[in-house]
Design a protein. Structure first.
Length: 475
């Protein structure tokens, strides 16, 4: 039976994961539509751009952008469904990589618990369309290659960095670990990784005249602008965890299990130690950059916590197995009871991981985008603080005050909470704002209120009203 358990369990995990993804097929984030628009333009020969003719890279992940282009080619009408399917496959692959890592280390209790903890984790199922799960999957595959001493480690590392540039932190950790383990610099892996990265770096330098995507510089400018002062990384991370594990008992249970998991990782599971250092490095990296705390930035920490919880159960189970035969059955029953009690806060999250629907905000933006597509001219432009769903369905020129698809001068002004270049160089034909106006929208309208008048109010049952302002001719 032991011989067949692993393949049966892996098949069960993959099936559960795909069924979970299917139940969430209607869920899609606003930022994901930004990638889809890059993919749309790329698939139609318009170049790697958001607004055709503007060579600004506001898409963090080269690999995910190529996936979005493929999705637009496969299903021009509903590419988001194809991207959703891609992510379902990536999540299933990540779970199988976790199971394989733990099984090969003979952490059998953790092999059972880890995929359940990950399936229950709502964060990993609320980032469809972004590069997050692709990045995590390639990170776990890279770790598996490291553990197996695979000759394709360099390839896996290169693809991981192409999935998300800050994966270079994880790549550096793995290369350092390999250096320490083999007592020599892994020249072969480094060269292969650089060869994989080189074509993109050359293209980026020639096409955009920059090596790195706009997104990181834009997020840093957002943090310094003051508009996101309540959503900065560390306060957002704290709020995320307190909402995830409310009260006192839930954090205490998770904390005990996680500490046991850290002990187990340090003692007998080197990949777990590497993952722990990776998550800690990510948190320090974003905290030092002082960027807003977008929830997908917490994904590595969430993934590693889920694995630590599984390793904690391994420690409890191995302790129960150490008892003499006469009390072993009772000790195992007690161990299962303790594990279930400590894991309950994590498993209780599963109610938020299945059957996810399109957020009301995105529904509102889609409705406004479709109305504008039908009632505005193809040469007219729209300024909005959130450009994802609006821009994908509108297919018009979008003006972005948050810096993602903006030029360097606009990002510099955003850093100082000024928008002179943005509003004066090419003033948009329309501005969309919330009725309960956001601080950035208020500043933008206050700087241009004499040039714009309200045109239409969009009313929604489950989201606040949106007001469309139109540019008027000045005498």
């Amino acid at each position: 039976m032991k011989r067949y358990f692993l393949p049966i369990w892996m098949a069960a995990v993959a099936t559960m994961s795909m069924l979970q993804g299917f139940s969430n097929r209607g869920y899609y984030l606003d930022d994901s539509y930004i990638v889809l628009r890059y993919g749309y333009n790329l698939s139609r020969g318009l170049g790697w751009c958001y607004n055709p003719g503007e060579k600004i890279n506001g898409s963090t992940s080269p690999l995910n952008t190529l996936a979005a282009a493929a999705a637009n080619l496969i299903s021009p009408e509903r590419p988001e469904l194809v991207m959703h399917l891609f992510d379902e496959i990536f999540i299933a692959a990540a779970l199988l990589a976790v199971v394989t890592l733990l099984a090969e280390a003979k952490k059998y209790a953790a092999t059972v618990v880890a995929p359940l903890a990950l399936i229950a984790d709502p964060l990993l199922h609320s980032v469809y369309g972004l590069e997050t799960v692709l990045y995590l999957m390639l990170g776990l595959v890279s770790l598996l290659c490291f553990q197996r001493k695979s000759r394709i480690l360099g390839l896996a590392l290169g693809l991981m960095v192409l999935a998300r540039p800050d994966a270079a932190i994880f790549a550096a950790l793995l290369l350092l670990a390999k250096t320490m383990k083999d007592r020599k610099i892994p020249v072969r892996e480094i060269v292969i990784m650089l060869v994989v990265l080189l074509p993109w770096l050359i293209f980026s330098l020639v096409y955009f005249h920059e090596l790195f995507p706009n997104t990181l510089f834009a997020k840093m400018a957002q943090g310094r602008s003051g508009f996101w002062h309540k959503q900065m990384f560390l306060p957002s991370l704290h709020r995320f965890w307190t909402q995830r594990y409310p009260g006192l008992l839930f954090p205490a249970a998770i904390g005990i299990l996680a500490l046991l998991g850290i002990y187990e990782a340090f003692k007998s599971f080197f990949p777990g130690l590497i993952l722990f250092l990776w998550a800690a490095s990510q948190v320090v990296f974003y905290a030092l950059l002082q960027v807003p705390g977008y929830h997908w930035y917490f994904a590595p920490a969430a993934l590693v916590l889920d694995l630590l919880l599984a390793l904690g159960t391994e420690k409890i189970w191995s302790f129960a197995k150490s008892f003499p035969p006469g009390v072993r059955l009772g000790s195992r029953v007690a161990a299962v009871a303790v594990i279930v009690a400590l894991l309950f806060p994590q498993l209780a999250l599963i109610q938020s991981s299945f059957g996810l629907k399109m957020p009301e905000r995105e529904k509102a933006y889609l409705e406004v985008g479709k109305w504008l597509a039908e009632n505005t001219g193809p040469e007219q432009s729209l300024l909005a603080v959130e450009i994802g769903a609006l821009g994908f369905y509108l297919k018009r020129k979008m003006v972005d005050p948050t810096g993602l698809i903006s030029s360097a001068p606009v990002i510099a002004e955003l850093r100082n909470a000024r928008f002179d270049t943005l509003l004066n160089k090419n003033p948009p034909d329309f501005i969309l704002a919330h009725k309960n106006i956001w601080p950035m929208e208020l500043m933008l309208l206050s700087k241009s209120k004499s040039s714009y008048q309200d045109l239409k109010i969009f009313k929604f049952d489950h989201y606040q009203d949106l007001i469309l302002f139109k540019k008027v001719a000045t005498p």
